[in-house]
Design a protein. Sequence first.
Length: 201
Amino acid sequence: MRIRTAILTAALALLPLAAAAQQPATAEALTAVGPGHFAGVVEAQVTLVVEAIDPASRGLVLRDDKGEKMAIIASDAVKNFAQIKVGDQVIASYTQGLDITLVKDGKALRERVESTSGGSAKPGEKPAAQVVNEVAFIADVTAVDRKKQVITLRGATKTVKLKIKDPEQLKLINKGDQVEGVYAQALAVSVVPAGSKAKKK
């Protein structure tokens, strides 16, 4: 079996999803939840088992449900490392969400405001971490492809294409309109003792 190696620099949660290549695609397909109001959510959960621990180097060997292994080095940012035991489960939950509201003939300046919040385990507990990144934005509608059900949005820093699943709601959107929205990414990680049942999403 292949062993992939990476350095864990922030929180134990950040590597398992990336290393296991199981991160979901961007929440780009939106469903109408009201007139001119669209939302989309994508969720994924990865469970890895601690197979080996090297306390001296703060190294871990983790195994996924397919038997593939990966080796990581936990930085000092991972608190309570000594609480991790062989057989424990590392559970990483990842969520992406996008919520936008149509503004007809909007004249506001394009903008992007980012914010981050998070937390970690208390002393003596099994390692855990959670990080939430949010981006509030105003973007211009620069194109509408009704055949492909795709709109193009130009924000303050980039341009993206979004698929609108509801053809009737798509008719409300025209080039020259604006959207106001919030894009959020949430990542939560916990270490569950061997023998305990992991909570499913």
